[in-house]
Design a protein around this ligand. Structure first.
Ligand code: ZN
Length: 413
């Protein structure tokens, strides 16, 4: 192994993860810290205390994003940033998001211990409401920072009880004075659990993430006519479900030829009137299409449109509505190369892969040269209280983060 490579303190990182997991702990060993709740406030205060103890100066912006700075030798240089989120799903795990924030904290702690000064400042970021569980849309803090959403859109978002982001930020004391975004950042690195099964199944400790899948979300509405199940002979029916079933079957197999990155999911299915002795008059289902390549994704989109156009018949109509669309993300080649270099020098078993899930890094990559580092989660299980990860692999990913950031921030000799 290249002896100039640095290692973080894996035991300390694990302890920080377990300590944060005490805040909003659930019975099954997971976490519930929904964005801008009292639990989120308590989590923010715990981690902010650790960041201050590490000598960092903290700023909070108008959307509650927290930035903690370790000064560089040259304060004029834009910072090298790393972070993630500490809000969770209602039945969330201990590692999703939390790992990225605490790995960045561990990088700073280790640099302090080793008395390493960097040319550029280092910022640890905690992004508000990544999960989008309490307030829609998801990846809110990073989305406004990157200019994908406006600050007003975010502040006016309401939860199911009618409470808005603006009021909840004020209530928990995180409506900060800083503007959101609008300043240069040299590079952004985010460490995260994979949230899928590939690294764990292949027994690899680190994933070099080169980008994220693009997606199309659709609603498909099939309209026929409901009628009595007994007196209506088959040829007389306008059965919406019969058409929907044939269509779903074709949709679910059409990604088979676009592997490994083509993905298609029918996740919701509603029938009307959903009654045992009534022929369904209307069926609504959702389609989620994903691909890493923009041209391939467009081909899948066109193919779906053609399937829909050919699916109706005299008595049954089929309508396709695009609900959301996001182009595939390609991370910055230079930052991915820094991650790759660190992984190779640390001699870690690894794979290059594409993120299937959205992350703060996906939005941030639109305004900052960005890369991500994945570590396995056991069984690929995430967004679940039993989400789990191995201490040695979490440590390996954080050591990759440390060395990649140092390559960007410049070690003062
Ligand atoms: Zn996450």
């Amino acid at each position: 192994m290249n002896t100039s490579m640095l290692h973080i303190d894996g035991a300390r990182l694990w302890q920080s993860l377990m300590d944060l997991a005490q805040v909003g702990a659930t019975d099954l060993g997971g976490n519930c810290r929904l964005a801008l709740t009292d639990e989120d406030k308590a989590g923010r205060e715990l981690v902010s205390g650790w960041l201050r103890d590490a000598g960092l100066s903290l700023r909070v912006d108008a959307l509650g994003n927290i930035f903690a700075r370790r000064a560089g030798r040259n304060p004029e240089l834009p910072p090298v940033m790393s972070g993630s989120h500490i809000d969770t799903q209602p039945t969330g795990g201990r590692f999703d998001g939390n790992y990225g924030v605490l790995a960045a904290l561990e990088v700073v702690r280790r640099l302090n211990e080793l008395n390493i000064e960097t040319e550029a400042p280092i910022d640890v970021a905690i992004w508000t409401n990544e999960e989008g569980s309490r307030f829609v849309p998801v990846m809110m803090g990073s989305g406004v920072f990157a200019g994908v959403l406006t600050l007003d859109q975010a502040l006016n978002a309401r939860d199911k009880a009618g409470l808005c982001v603006r009021d909840e930020l004020l209530r928990i004391g995180y409506a900060g004075p800083e503007p959101v975004g609008g300043y240069p950042v040299k590079a952004y690195y985010e460490a995260h659990i994979e949230q899928g099964p590939v690294l764990d199944t292949e027994d690899l400790s680190v994933g070099i993430v080169t980008g994220a899948l693009g997606l199309y979300w659709y609603d498909v509405i099939v309209t026929g006519q409901e009628c009595h199940a007994g007196p209506s002979p088959m040829p007389y029916r306008r059965d919406a479900l019969k058409v929907a079933c044939g269509l779903i079957n074709e949709i679910l197999t059409f990604a088979d030829t676009r592997q490994p990155d083509g993905r298609v999911t029918v996740g919701e299915l509603d029938m009307h009137p959903n009654s045992r002795n009534v022929v369904p008059g209307r069926v609504r289902f959702t389609v989620d299409l994903r691909h890493s390549d923009a041209a391939e994704l467009e081909l899948m989109h066109t193919q779906l449109q053609q399937l829909i156009e050919g699916a109706g018949n005299v008595g049954v109509s089929v309508e396709l509505k695009v609900v959301q669309q996001m182009a595939p993300t390609l991370f910055d080649a230079g930052r991915v190369a820094n991650v790759r270099q660190a992984v190779q020098s640390l001699e870690l078993p690894h794979l290059e892969l594409i993120s299937g899930a959205g992350h703060d890094a996906v939005y941030l990559s639109r305004v900052i040269p960005t890369a991500m580092i994945f570590v396995p989660c056991i069984g690929g299980i995430s967004h679940n209280e039993i989400e789990d990860a191995r201490p040695d692999e979490l440590a390996a990913g954080a050591s990759v983060l440390l060395n990649a950031m140092l390559a960007d921030a410049g070690r003062v000799a």
